[in-house]
Design a protein around this ligand. Structure first.
Ligand code: FAD
Length: 288
């Protein structure tokens, strides 16, 4: 198995303990030489400072290439442009551009901030105006909950690409057929950029189910059955989670996928194991 490329997503930590978890995970995963590592931007820009300082530390203390997530929510264009400029000044050359969720939370109707970027495509255009910055965006194999149907979702993807995005990272999914069906529809619309599957190793099944419900991802019955009865059995749960994620990733490889984005939840062990199965081995060069 060769030519596999991975990226890892982290979230900015809120406490000292979370901070320790994050940097332990970064140190463990860094030697696998990811294509890039991304850092999320909290709902409503709530982690602006923490995202920035995490990205800055990745730049200063590791050999990794960071990508900073950025959303349009609750900020004027001037404020967002300021964030983009500060990333640029710090040496960040890759941004994951998103609309973001409504300030009232998922399920509320989204309204752009007056004076803000109206859509994720407008944000992509704003970032591209700011400098030679690589822009990745989201994609939804099961459609975004706000979208009427998959085709209008793909319309938005197309607008983001027309504005300058060169990679899409998908929402997590558990049925690979969903991804390939979506890919067929995207390619049929003439979209050629990489649509990188987002893989979520299931650290906690209950939490994953709640999260999936909010973002419109389906949780198949077979997955629930695999975790059935394991709520109090952390060790077995972990083994099952590794097996599920490995099975999914290996099937994707068998069907031609070479790039993967892992939602790490700031934990390295499952992701490291799956990457090992994908043939990735530590290299000294990129150690944190
Ligand atoms: P878009 O791609 O802009 O839109 C998604 C779909 O919704 C499109 O089909 C579009 O047509 C439709 N739509 C958009 N606006 C409207 C509207 N006003 N009315 C009707 N339909 C509409 N969230 C964070 O807060 N921080 C993060 O760091 C973050 N990182 C993410 C990374 C990835 C890879 C993914 C997949 C998601 C991430 N999210 C993050 C979640 C994301 O912000 C939410 O899913 C949000 O609701 C949509 O943002 P988007 O840029 O994906 O949407």
């Amino acid at each position: 198995m060769g030519g596999i490329r991975v990226s890892f997503e982290f979230f900015p930590p809120k406490s000292e303990e979370m901070e320790r978890n994050l940097w332990e995970a970064v140190a463990r995963l860094a030697p696998l030489s990811p294509n890039f590592v991304s850092v999320t931007y909290g709902a409503g820009g709530s982690t602006r400072e923490r995202t920035h300082s995490t990205v800055r530390r990745i730049l200063n203390d590791t050999a990794l290439t960071p990508a900073a997530h950025l959303t349009c929510v609750a900020a004027t264009r001037t404020e967002i442009d300021e964030v983009i400029r500060s990333y640029w000044d710090a040496g960040v050359r890759h941004i994951v551009a998103l609309r973001g969720d409504p300030t009232g939370g998922v399920g509320d109707k989204y309204a752009p901030h007056p004076g803000g970027y109206g859509t994720s495509a407008d944000l992509v255009a704003g970032i591209k105006r700011a400098g030679d910055i690589e822009v990745s965006v989201s994609a939804y194999p099961e459609k975004h909950p706000d979208s009427a149907d998959v085709e209008s979702d793909i319309d938005m993807l197309k607008r983001k690409i027309d504005a300058g995005a060169t990679r899409a990272i998908t929402q997590f999914f558990f049925e690979n057929d969903l991804y390939f069906r979506y890919l067929d529809r995207v390619r049929a619309r003439g979209i050629e950029i990489p649509i990188v599957p987002g893989i979520l190793p299931v650290q906690n099944f209950k939490q994953t189910t709640n999260f999936a419900q909010r973002c419109g991802a389906s949780v198949p019955r077979w997955l629930a059955e695999r975790f059935d009865g394991l709520d109090e059995d952390v060790a077995t749960r972990k083994l099952i989670a590794a097996a599920v994620a490995a099975e999914q990733a290996l099937d994707l490889v068998k069907r031609g996928v070479t790039d993967f984005h892992f939602y790490t939840m700031n934990r390295a062990d499952l992701v490291y194991a799956v990457c090992h199965l994908l043939g990735l081995r530590p290299t000294a060069k990129k150690a944190a």
